[in-house]
Unconditional design. Structure first.
Length: 149
């Protein structure tokens, strides 16, 4: 008989919870008529944190992917009207990526879907349990190394 692996079980539970959150969020988005991939969603969220429109290379570095991957994501988001390519006013050879009004609306829908999914998943927990769970998650997230964020 094998001995229980509490860390392995915990890792499996975290993965299952993460998948459940993702599925719930996708259902929320589908019901709102929004079709977007997780990678496109992540790029929009990252893009929203810049004070000025970033270059493709900036996005690739921030997302920790090769520039070609960002090009594909931007192509899809541009086709759906969520971002636009704009020349840099100081260097016409540089292209910057800007959120459009449609992109900002999509971000609002993504946030709402994420909130609704979290509410659904956290419904069985009391307010005290949610606070404790949040504190535990913060400890884990804050303790992650830069390569894990």
């Amino acid at each position: 008989m094998t001995t229980p692996d509490p860390d392995g079980l915990l890792a499996e539970q975290l993965l299952r919870l993460s998948r459940r959150l993702h599925r719930s969020q996708q259902r929320q988005l589908e019901s709102a008529g929004i079709a977007i991939t997780p990678a496109q969603s992540r790029l929009l969220r990252v893009l929203a944190h810049y004070d000025e429109p970033p270059r493709m290379a900036d996005l690739a570095a921030r997302l920790e992917v090769v520039p070609r991957a960002v090009t594909s994501l931007v192509d899809g988001l541009e086709a759906s009207g969520r971002v636009r390519r704009a020349p840099d006013p100081n260097n016409r050879r540089v292209i910057r990526i800007e959120l459009t009004d449609t992109g900002r609306a999509t971000l609002r829908a993504l946030r709402a879907a994420r909130r609704a999914a979290a509410e659904d998943i956290l419904a069985p927990l009391s307010a005290e349990q949610r606070t404790a769970f949040g504190a535990l998650l913060s400890t884990l997230v804050d303790g992650a190394g830069p390569q894990d964020c």
